[in-house]
Design a binder for this molecule. Structure first.
Ligand code: ZN
Ligand code: ZN
Length: 451
């Protein structure tokens, strides 16, 4: 980069960081407010409205109601150039035992997404500073996405059947609706559990996954008077789960395979043989081949459960997430800025082949555009557990906002030379239309008759 560009970058960073410092209390306040009113995926109405209001206060025009609760606001610097998306996830999880849980719904921010809203508003506050209009090119899109946690599968399938959704996750659905069509690259930061000292981690990957909605169909009968006349769908489900457990010794460690699920409907009345039992299942692995292999075994086990009891089983396979592929050029810029903000010794890099075991729909986005998904160790406790809480809001909200603002500045200063370089180096895993077609094809329903 020419020295003029470095000066511009430094000046712009100073402007951006001061802007964030001025609103720190508001950013943290907003994150805490969202923590106190958790909402699960595709129902984040209050959360979404709050983000929209805050972005409007900054003078931005907000497009609301994308994939129900998603939203998008574009800020153009007035000169042509690439568009970078800064993303936040709106949804909570359901962990009724979490201290921040909604008593009625069990919704709780046990994954720290509420802090991402604070981050996004921080980046927006920084980049809309009038001084930056003369320094940067291209544009930035602030995008809030619904439903990253792939939960409530039955309800979301009902929404799909009613034509209200096609994909069951927020980013997938927003991609389908074209909300990312005019975006060239994307970044977000997720919280992680730490040991009290600041740590920003870049790199690594996530598991791909497939989601199953499995309905075991039996026949109801009096559980005391005529159990022999019934076909017990709950026994079929339990047999399937046991069959799945027999497969665990065949899983290979390097694939980081995970198989897990919950029974969301176990029967209707204790004195009737259950005739309709629903299991929401998930299969994860790092590579597509490993995922297919594990998935085939699990499908076999569902059928085995049904066959053993003489029940039927309806298996709906739902496209889950693809593995995260962090863009190394963007990641290098992000890591440099992280070193400036939290100090060199607090920035770590994970191996590209290291999967944390979980999955994210940021992985889907990363197959069609350069994207990064780093972590800030601002939480304590176990992710998705009742003890997962944010211990350091400065590290959870303010530091990542500064790092992302500085990364956007690096990309878009000097006629957006760095963003253009990132894009010219980048080869998507698949085109955007290929992505949508591939994911659509993964929807499949099978009815296996064991009766
Ligand atoms: Zn989560
Ligand atoms: Zn999360």
């Amino acid at each position: 980069m020419a020295s003029g560009a470095i000066v511009t970058g430094q000046e712009a960073r100073t402007v951006a960081f001061s802007a964030i410092d001025r609103v720190t209390r508001d950013l943290v306040g907003t994150a805490r407010k969202i923590y106190a009113e958790p909402e699960v995926g595709f129902r984040e109405r209050k959360t979404s409205a709050l983000v929209a209001r805050s972005l409007r206060t900054l003078g931005l025009t907000v497009e609301e109601g994308i994939a129900h609760t998603g939203l998008k606001a574009v800020y153009d610097f007035g000169r042509p150039g690439p568009r970078i998306a800064v993303i936040c996830e709106l949804d909570s999880l359901r962990v009724p035992s979490h201290p921040g849980a909604d008593q009625e719904t069990g919704a709780a921010h046990a994954c720290g997404h509420h802090t991402q809203v604070g981050m996004l508003l921080g980046v927006a506050s920084a980049l809309v500073q009038p001084e930056l209009r003369n320094m940067l090119s291209g544009s930035v899109a602030f995008i809030a996405t619904p439903a990253e946690e792939f939960i409530d599968v039955s309800e979301r399938l009902e929404m799909r059947n009613a034509g209200l959704l096609q994909f069951l996750s927020g980013k997938q659905e927003m991609m389908r609706l074209g909300a990312f069509d005019d975006v060239d690259m994307a970044m977000m930061v997720h919280t992680a559990s730490g040991d009290g000292s600041p740590r920003i981690t870049v790199g690594g990957t996530s598991n791909a996954h497939i989601v199953h909605h499995v309905r075991f169909i039996g026949r109801s009968a009096h559980a005391g008077g005529a159990p022999d006349r019934g076909i017990n769908a709950l026994q079929a489900a339990m047999l399937a789960i046991n069959a799945i457990n027999t497969q665990r010794e065949t899983l290979q460690e390097q694939h980081v395979a995970r198989i897990h699920g919950i029974i969301t409907r176990g029967g209707s009345a204790v004195n009737a043989i259950p005739d309709n039992v629903v299991y929401e299942g998930r299969v994860r692995a790092m590579s597509p081949d490993a995922l297919t292999d594990v998935n085939d075994k699990v499908l076999r086990c569902y059928r085995a459960g049904a066959l053993g009891v003489g029940a039927d089983v309806e298996i709906t396979s739902i496209p889950g997430y693809l593995s995260m592929q962090n863009n190394l050029d963007m990641q290098a810029a992000f890591a440099r800025n992280a070193e400036t903000v939290v100090g060199r010794s607090h920035v770590r890099s994970s191996d590209d082949a290291e999967s944390r075991g979980g999955s994210t729909d940021m992985g889907d986005l990363s197959t069609v555009m350069p994207a990064i998904h780093p972590y800030t160790s601002a939480a304590t406790g176990t992710s998705h557990g009742p003890d997962y809480v944010i211990a350091d809001y400065d590290l959870a909200v303010v530091a990542p906002a500064k790092i992302m603002a500085a990364t956007a500045i690096d990309m878009l200063s000097n006629d957006a030379a760095e963003a253009r370089r990132v894009l010219s180096n980048y080869k998507p895993v698949m085109s955007r239309s290929q992505y949508l077609a591939t994911q659509q094809e993964r929807f499949e329903t099978e009815l296996f008759r064991g009766q």
